[in-house]
Design a protein around this ligand. Structure first.
Ligand SMILES: [Zn+2]
Ligand SMILES: [Zn+2]
Length: 149
């Protein structure tokens, strides 16, 4: 099962679909991202965090990020870093770690590939925090999260 999300602009007709969850693939993605993180391929900071908390765990779920400056929307692996609440816990097994057993250490900063500013995670679209259309600056609306098998 995976999850997707569609952003739609009613003003200019822009629409883009993002795949968020990766369902059965999640363990593969998590394993791959963890190896990259430990080797430093995802930046020095994650490597340091894994050195500090070898039994830590990253969140490899895809999330939507939005650049408030240039309105770019990207779908990226969250890469927030967690450590076990119980310090004696063994290394995370990749098979769907029970995130209730973990606590957040640090959120990963996502920077805009276009302008280099910090992007914000889009939790859901609300009127308080409108996400603007990359094409025309109109307010984007979200299609309902779409589930499939
Ligand atoms: Zn638009
Ligand atoms: Zn930007």
């Amino acid at each position: 099962m995976g999850m997707g999300y569609t952003l739609v602009c009613k003003k200019c007709g822009y629409s883009r679909h993002f795949f968020l969850g990766c369902g059965m693939m999640y363990n593969e993605v998590l394993r791959e991202r963890t190896e990259q993180a430990k080797s430093g391929a995802l930046g020095e900071r994650l490597k340091e965090l894994f050195e500090q908390y070898p039994n830590g765990c990253i969140d490899a779920m895809n999330e939507l990020y939005y650049c408030p400056d240039c309105r770019r929307v990207e779908c990226e692996s969250s890469l927030d870093f967690y450590r076990p609440k119980n310090p004696d816990q063994e290394e995370a097994d990749y098979f769907a770690p029970d995130m209730d057993q973990y606590e957040l250490v640090e959120t990963r900063e996502h920077t805009c590939p276009k302008c280099g500013r910090a992007m914000k995670k889009i939790m859901r679209l609300t009127e308080n925090e409108p996400v603007e259309c990359p094409e025309c600056g109109g307010v984007l609306e979200g299609g309902h999260p779409l589930l499939w098998d």
